[in-house]
Design a protein. Structure first.
Length: 276
């Protein structure tokens, strides 16, 4: 193995770990990846869509593992309600409906305005949107909602769904936007977190399906399969432990730390870009 091959392997592993670490927490993984590539001069060999598909799929698997019991409960009791009409299972059934409704805005806007959103991918945009994320997190830092799953409404699902659509803009954290919207609506932080990441599943699956053609047409897979594999595994492990850590942060109500981080990093990035 020569130096160039070793560098490629280490680069893919680093970016996989970096994406996995930042995916669950409310600081925008896509924005941070863009900044990392810009400031470190790191370019992805091969098809960038393949890399994004692999690391995002790894994060999806981590979410599925952590929320497997919730998913099983929704499938058994929520879908079972259609047949049994058991009143005790109606909350799970409604929750599934809310997940479907919450997915629609991001899906539609992502398909209709994909090219326009792509044109916003720049370090300057990320710097500004990081500050927006920080302000939003700061405003809801002390909110302690009381509504759980059985208190959610269709209006909540629509508002959170549009918040997720806003997060299509680079630098706006998907988890941050949805959690901020949910908590601003008076939803308990644990329910807000659960809904946010269960909402991530259909969006991520949809993105995976749409990216499959790019993955299958990537002529570099045979050559880069090992770096791709390391990026996937790095993202999987980092996403799992990052989400576990974030769940603990949410339970303690310490979102202020992420607000401060975004409000510090955003202006620094903007200043460096202005001076360079």
């Amino acid at each position: 193995m020569d130096i160039e091959q070793l560098w490629i392997i280490l680069k893919f592993l680093f970016l996989g770990l970096f994406q996995g670490l930042t995916e669950p927490i409310p600081i925008s993984s896509s924005g941070h990846l863009l900044l990392a590539q810009y400031f470190l001069g790191v370019e992805i060999e091969g098809n960038s869509f393949t890399f994004e598909l692999l690391v995002n799929s790894a994060s999806l698997i981590a979410v599925l593992i952590i929320y497997r019991n919730d998913i099983a409960r929704l499938i058994v009791r929520g879908l079972g309600y259609i047949k049994t009409k058991n009143p005790e299972d109606k909350t799970e059934f409604n929750f599934i409906i809310f997940l479907i409704v919450g997915t629609i805005p991001a899906g539609l806007i992502g398909v209709l305005f994909d090219d326009d959103i792509s044109r916003l991918s720049s370090p300057q945009t990320v710097a500004i949107t990081l500050m927006v994320t920080g302000i939003a997190l700061f405003l809801i830092r002390n909110l302690r909602g009381k509504r759980g799953e059985n208190g959610m409404t269709m209006k909540d699902a629509v508002i959170i769904g549009f918040a997720q659509a806003v997060a299509l803009i680079p630098g706006i954290s998907r988890s941050g936007a949805t959690i901020v919207a949910a908590m601003a609506r008076g939803i308990h932080q644990e329910t807000a977190l659960r809904y946010s990441f269960l909402l991530f599943i259909p969006v991520s699956l949809g993105g995976t399906v749409l990216s499959l053609s790019d993955f299958l047409s990537d002529d570099n897979i045979a050559e880069l399969w090992f770096p791709y594999l390391l990026a996937f595994l790095g993202s999987l492990v980092a996403s799992y432990f990052s989400l576990k850590w974030f769940m603990n942060i949410m339970a303690k109500g310490n979102l202020i730390y992420f607000a401060i981080y975004c409000l510090v990093v955003g202006p620094i990035v903007l200043l460096v870009l202005t001076l360079s």
